[in-house]
Write a protein that binds this ligand. Sequence first.
Ligand code: PMT
Length: 395
Amino acid sequence: MKKQIIVGVTGGIACYKALDIVSKLKKRDMDVTVIMTKNAAEFVTPLSFETISQNAVIMDMFDSPDHWEVEHISLAKKADLFVIAPATANCIGKIANGICDDMLTTTIMATKKPVLFVPAMNSAMFENLIFQENVQKLEALGYSFMKPATGLLACGDIGIGKLPDPEEIVDYSCNLLFEIDKRKQDLVGRKILITAGPTIENIDPVRYITNHSSGKMGFALAEAAFERGSTVTLISGPVGLSCSKGIRRIDIGTTAELSEAVHDAFKDTDALIMAAAPSDYRVSSPSKEKMKKTHEDLILTFTENEDILASVGKIKGNKCLIGFAAETQDLIVHAVKKIERKNLDFIIANDVTQEGAGFSGDTNIITVIKSDGSIKSYPKMSKREVANIILDLLV
Ligand code: PMT
């Protein structure tokens, strides 16, 4: 079946180059549908895009409301990839801030499919911090960006902001499609065990200690692994998240329960990814009854819990073990110690003091350390993107 590409054309002087992009995508046997903004139609006529794409151009969502309501959802679903070229600062700013006031922005907001923005604008606009913040926000949410070229701009300035060569844009789009396709199938036949969320340790029947883990990192891993064809077992602490029906989910409370579930499931798995944040200690003697106020300081005694990863590390055989390290200081030093002590293949270190990293949010900032000592740091990205990077390591 032909790949379905939606090309979004927004109003910039580089619009005419989008005709060449559409033509080149067609030559690579793709089915292309063009959505234009009204401003784009001031530069190039919809008829030109219609002739080259051999599909009706979609532009005005207010022409016949009953029609577009169906149209933007069906486009959002049928696409394999959205390529927005040229993408103006205005269009990127609107998407970054949840504004959908035309057919293009509405369709992009309605899609779960990959979106590639190819910005083109004056260099001062491109370098403007407001624009750069919008780009970072969208990148963190999983949208892709192609860097503009540098050269003589339409305004006469020389600098960054030119739309890259159409051939390069088409190559970039094809690579993205290839990556997506590869990801779809590369874990078929593999069994992956993933842990997520916090554990809780009771103080008495109504109180417990826990931590800030929301489960989002582990759930993102489970969903990405499932999407890539793996059989997934997800062991989760108490979190408010749900997962796809095909994922086998086991809910636990305490670190001891997590340990039992992990050891049980590990027998029949190819890899374990421990994204959970188990409590290192439990209350030594939890009270059977609700503890009463005494108006004096309360002293609790804690007993160390089992280090689950370290114990699995002793029996790992040729299975793959991936741990996380949540640190607040000396990230690499502590993470390296953990990879050795727990006999891991990789450790994913996150400095949880950094904004956008670690607990609760939708993004993470990771450094991957391999057992051979090699280290690679990544910029802030969505937890789903982080998940795919970790799964690439497994593959
Ligand atoms: O859940 P989110 O809100 O999305 O947040 C994600 C996260 C910050 C929880 C995640 O990215 C993360 O860092 N998880 C590991 C948290 C942690 O417990 O780190 P640690 O450095 O204390 O432990 C190192 C490794 O040993 C971890 O893989 C942990 O799962 C494991 N461990 C820890 C304690 C223990 N008793 N047994 C273990 O197996």
